[in-house]
Design a protein around this ligand. Structure first.
Ligand SMILES: N[C@@H](CCC(=O)N[C@@H](CS)C(=O)NCC(=O)O)C(=O)O
Length: 214
């Protein structure tokens, strides 16, 4: 059964791989699962029909037969659990890969999202200039620890996994800030992931929507 995901009809980043359907597209491409996409306007996302799928009126969602999922992490985990290629067979290694997915979404993405709030939602507040360095320091703190753990390895724990997919999906959000370049091994890690054919296919599919060719 071909799953259907939802994505932005028109996105603030113009298809630069930041909208979270990118993570789901990438996972589906990694495991070789074809998928359909339903594009939504900002107003359609808040309509009851979409809220029945996603309580917070956001993208992405995932529909497969009777199953409806929201939250990019839950969707990628579901895909990884039902196809070969994104989680190791060994039970302990599998649990560690899932731990990295949570680390990406909970420990690393949180301060990165604060940066977006500080810049775009709070940038005009009188205290914005004072807050920004604190937010940047919190991100650097996480990146420093992640950089130390990754060291010279290609991936976080052995072979590429859904943990790497989520971590890179989160780190991509730092592109405009230049922060990643302060950690050459993390910049190389992201570049390595972006060079994967599945990433490129997913990126191109998302970009095609905004280029009007998708
Ligand atoms: N934690 C959710 C976040 C979902 C989310 O923030 N989606 C954004 C697009 S990347 C969205 O729909 N924004 C529009 C809105 O919130 O109205 C996930 O990982 O799926």
């Amino acid at each position: 059964m071909i799953p259907t995901i939802t994505a932005f009809e028109s996105s603030p980043d113009r298809g630069q791989g930041l909208a979270r359907d990118m993570r789901v597209r990438w996972a589906l491409e990694e495991v070789g699962q074809p998928y359909d996409v339903r594009l939504l306007s900002f107003s359609a996302m808040k309509e009851p029909a979409h809220r029945a799928l996603h309580p917070f009126g956001q993208i992405p969602t995932y529909e497969e037969g009777d199953l409806v999922l929201f939250e990019s992490g839950a969707i990628v985990l579901h895909i990884a659990q039902h196809h070969a290629g994104l989680l190791p067979d060994d039970a302990n290694a599998r649990a560690r890969a899932i731990a990295w997915m949570f680390a990406a979404l909970n420990t690393v993405e949180s301060p990165i999202l604060e940066l977006q709030t500080a810049k775009f939602q709070e940038g005009d507040k009188p205290w914005a200039a004072q807050r920004l360095p604190l937010v940047l320091d919190r991100i650097r703190h996480r990146l420093g620890d992640l950089s130390t753990r990754l060291g010279e390895a290609d991936w976080l724990d052995g072979a590429f996994s859904a943990g790497d997919l989520m971590m890179v999906g989160v780190l991509l959000r730092l592109k405009a800030s230049g922060l990643l370049d302060e950690y050459p091994n993390l910049a190389a890690y992201v570049a390595r992931a972006k060079a994967r054919p599945a990433f490129k296919r997913a990126f191109d599919a998302q970009w095609a929507v905004f280029a009007g060719t998708g």
